[in-house]
Write a new protein. Sequence first.
Lengths: 224, 224, 231, 231
Amino acid sequence: MAANLDKATVREKIAKRAEQEIESGYYVNLGIGMPTMVANYIQDDKQVVLQSENGLLGIGRSPYESEVDPDLINAGKETVTASKGAAYCSSAESFAMVRGEHLDLAILGGMEGAQNGDLANWMIPGKMIKGMGGAMDIVHGAKKVVIIMDHVNKHGDPKILKECRLPLTGQGVVDRIITDRAVIDVEPKGLVLVDVLEGWTVEEVVESTEAELVVSDRLLQQSN
Amino acid sequence: MAANLDKATVREKIAKRAEQEIESGYYVNLGIGMPTMVANYIQDDKQVVLQSENGLLGIGRSPYESEVDPDLINAGKETVTASKGAAYCSSAESFAMVRGEHLDLAILGGMEGAQNGDLANWMIPGKMIKGMGGAMDIVHGAKKVVIIMDHVNKHGDPKILKECRLPLTGQGVVDRIITDRAVIDVEPKGLVLVDVLEGWTVEEVVESTEAELVVSDRLLQQSN
Amino acid sequence: MKTIYSTFQEAVKDIKDHSTIMVGGFGLVGIPENLILALVESEVKHLTVISNNCGVDDWGLGLLLKNKQIDKMIGSYVGENKEFERQVLAGELEVELTPQGTLAERIRAGGAGIPAFYSPAGVGTPIAEGKEVRTFNGKDYLLQTGLKADFSLVRAEYGDHAGNLIYNKTARNFNPEIATAGEVTIAEVENLVDIGEMDPDRIHTPGIYVQGLVEGNQEKRIERLTIKKQA
Amino acid sequence: MKTIYSTFQEAVKDIKDHSTIMVGGFGLVGIPENLILALVESEVKHLTVISNNCGVDDWGLGLLLKNKQIDKMIGSYVGENKEFERQVLAGELEVELTPQGTLAERIRAGGAGIPAFYSPAGVGTPIAEGKEVRTFNGKDYLLQTGLKADFSLVRAEYGDHAGNLIYNKTARNFNPEIATAGEVTIAEVENLVDIGEMDPDRIHTPGIYVQGLVEGNQEKRIERLTIKKQA
């Protein structure tokens, strides 16, 4: 079993792996929290436009203190800048982009993922309901939806399940799940383990996953 | 019976009467043809914004030769100018204004009007179909829909009917009909004759109208 | 041509108890902060508020909440506010959560005379409860209805006397749609300019949607200041 | 970042027989006239064309018509064109008439991922035939479906290398909605500018909707020159 990495290191590891999902020329929506971190790792040679659902197509870097504009934030309500070539739009237009499948990729956080592609990431019954924000729209809009999360919860229990127990964000919407241990694709035949991250074995990943995993041919060949 | 006025004079008479429907502060859509002429008679002390459904809120006067811009036309495809304070918008936005009942008044031409407020003004079976343009949307959008037309057709037959014979533009959409002979309101109880234009009598109007006309109290008092 | 109010108090004076109001803004950005302060002062009660968020504890719509002026809130994210949580758990406040993009589209539909439309967001989730599901081209959608309000309160950077509005950066957000969906729309503008000063090609909200304007400076509080240190 | 074509011929080369294309413009204003000329030259056939009008006999989409490249036309007003009439009466051309505002909204819906919506236009008229009628708040509406295309051809005054577009005056018309609804959207721009030259607050079509751009001068024919004599 992999060494106990601190939380920040794990998040960085996941964010870096998620960055590999982004191709040059992509329009990408990054969810609030860990997904936002992915922006820090986008390679310089990739031309990527980040969309913020509050009405900015082309998120830039964080502002220097002298550049801060209170009218310019991302969907996480952090002050940002606009990239060169950016465009502002209204919320309805922004979600027209999303719902109309104009985004190539969305990377979102997850609480639970299921083998049929269901996602739960907005609500824990009994706890205060904060609202789903834009997530329910985004999971139906982007051409590819990638979920990033820890492989197991703080009690060590699997978060990739046969069926989600939490109320859903979307039904059958996930294309790929990236965790600190593995990369798993949602396919018609079920979940396919396509990659195992450094420090973990196929067996450890299978063991810490409640859902059935089909090990991809490529991985099988590697372990032979 | 009124003297035979030439066609231009009749159109001017109708347009001038229709102008009285416009109050200061109104947003108005004027249909193609005779309704467009109404703009020429809007009194200077009225502040009126004319909407053109091709994406101009604030039609100005015709351009001087030196001002002509091929990118600036009204819905009748005539070159125009924009008034001071005008705004351009897309076609979807323009019809959002219309459908959302933000226009105070639309003045449109008519082929036939019926006593239930039905309007036919876009299609004569057997003749070439040119299309309804924006009329079918506009009759459902403006807070008040006024139809202007000749009281009878070129054969002398009534155009205000018990039921429209031509295919409809809209069902129960007309609020008022203004012709060269009369002003008629569509009310729940049927058509109410509210005004008779110069040169005509109540009897002549009733006779040249197929639909039942209730003569308004005001008109009855005038004739007593 | 439009009503120009000289005070924010005057601008909100027609908003009565039990009104439905829509309020522009995303987080604290683009909110009509002075109109909200005037509403707090007015003590108007039993409001239904339609807005993406509900402010924070001590700013924006959070102030109306703290003053118990809101009976019902329709929004997509209400998580920045402890008093909100307390009132919901105490049964003092009703909440209707709507996915953010669906909320924006419902408001646009309300303003555009579209009574209902189909959207994929929320199929198979708790928000689908009681909603019609319909399949188009093999995909399921929910029927969503248009939203309208008695009063819409928006904030713009520029407004002119014809009611035309121009927004600044991400302070645009829900404001253009909300401006279309109010029976009466009141715009708080940072700069009120004469008719003719705006390029008609760059107006975001055509004046037809706006009934009144009021000019004023804004505090523009920042929720999450994130800065890059100069190298 | 976007594909910049050096000729109009190159810009339309991927449009094949039996494609559905949407074309911006109202009358002859705001039409991508050079892209249309290139399509005529390409001899591509059996097109379904979605556009408000169909040009005139010797300009705009009328040229495609004359060359018998169109099988089906979806629009709101096709009355400026004698060849159109001839082909319809001869059964050579299929027409689907849609009210203008409904057409604009159907195109917007197509681009915005809304499969269907309700609109009041056309209730009780011939265009209601075969359409679902549904009552909301006591008023009848027709179910209308979103429209999409394989290729959208639009015209803008300015375009940049990120695909952002700015339109001029009433040449905007259907172009912004059509830009959103094409699987591939190609913009004919009068001025191609560098990234960063456009104010992000005044962009009409954000670059995400546009796949390719081509620069060129336009003839801009005027259909109904109406002038006021200098006093």
